[in-house]
Design a protein around this ligand. Structure first.
Ligand code: NAP
Length: 174
């Protein structure tokens, strides 16, 4: 969490949040793709992150393939000359987060490498737990549940549009 004053000298406290969907074994993707199609989760992602900056690793950006509308799109890469229209580019996570210090909530949207680096500084986690185990090659880091309080849980059953049941879980750091 950081704080800063805006142009009206009002104090802004920025919340750094992670938003992620994992399977039962913390799998998040395979061959740079998601492993499930869950329209309600895509809608949840859109509603939750719209209007807020999203920070992602370069591989996740490649997987999405375009900037997402109505949000600042920020990519982290070690490449010094990468330029993409409609996207802000930083060479480390720290400077990317600093560039958002006058925002109320900033979302780390993956993938595995970026989640691992961001988790120690994260205030809030929006976790969609997909109730299945996939053959993943990218993972969300283990997190110590005793350091986090579950503040909301919403279960969704499998149906014709959702091949797997899943739960929306929200955690805040204790
Ligand atoms: N289930 C979910 O919620 C979810 C969400 C997002 C992504 N995913 C999945 O996650 C997978 C991708 O994750 P990933 O771990 O392979 O890659 P990633 O975290 O998306 O991106 C890794 C890249 O970020 C850059 N990077 C990482 N650390 C950096 C640092 N400290 N400084 C500068 N640049 C840095 C490097 O880019 P350069 O190589 O350009 O230097 C690195 O190759 C895909 O399968 C995707 O579908 C799942």
């Amino acid at each position: 969490m950081t704080d800063e004053h805006n142009e009206h000298n009002e104090l802004i406290i920025m919340t750094l949040s992670i938003i992620v969907a994992t399977d039962e074994e913390n799998g998040i993707g395979k061959e740079n793709q998601l492993m499930w199609h869950l329209p309600k989760d895509l809608k949840f992602f859109k509603t939750t992150t719209s209007g807020h900056p999203i920070i992602m690793g370069r591989k996740t950006y490649d997987s999405v393939g375009r900037p997402l509308p109505n949000r600042r799109n920020i990519i982290i890469t070690r490449q010094k000359d990468l330029k993409i229209d409609g996207v802000e580019i930083f060479n480390d996570l720290e400077n990317a987060v600093k560039a958002c210090s006058n925002e109320h909530e900033v979302f780390i949207v993956g993938g595995g490498e970026i989640y691992r680096q961001a988790l120690p500084f994260t205030d809030k986690i929006y976790l969609t737990k997909v109730h299945h185990t996939f053959d993943a090659d990218a993972f969300f880091p283990e997190f110590n549940h005793s350091e986090w309080e579950l503040i909301s849980k919403e279960d969704h059953v499998q149906d014709e549009k959702h091949a797997f049941s899943f739960s929306f879980l929200t955690f805040v750091r204790v």
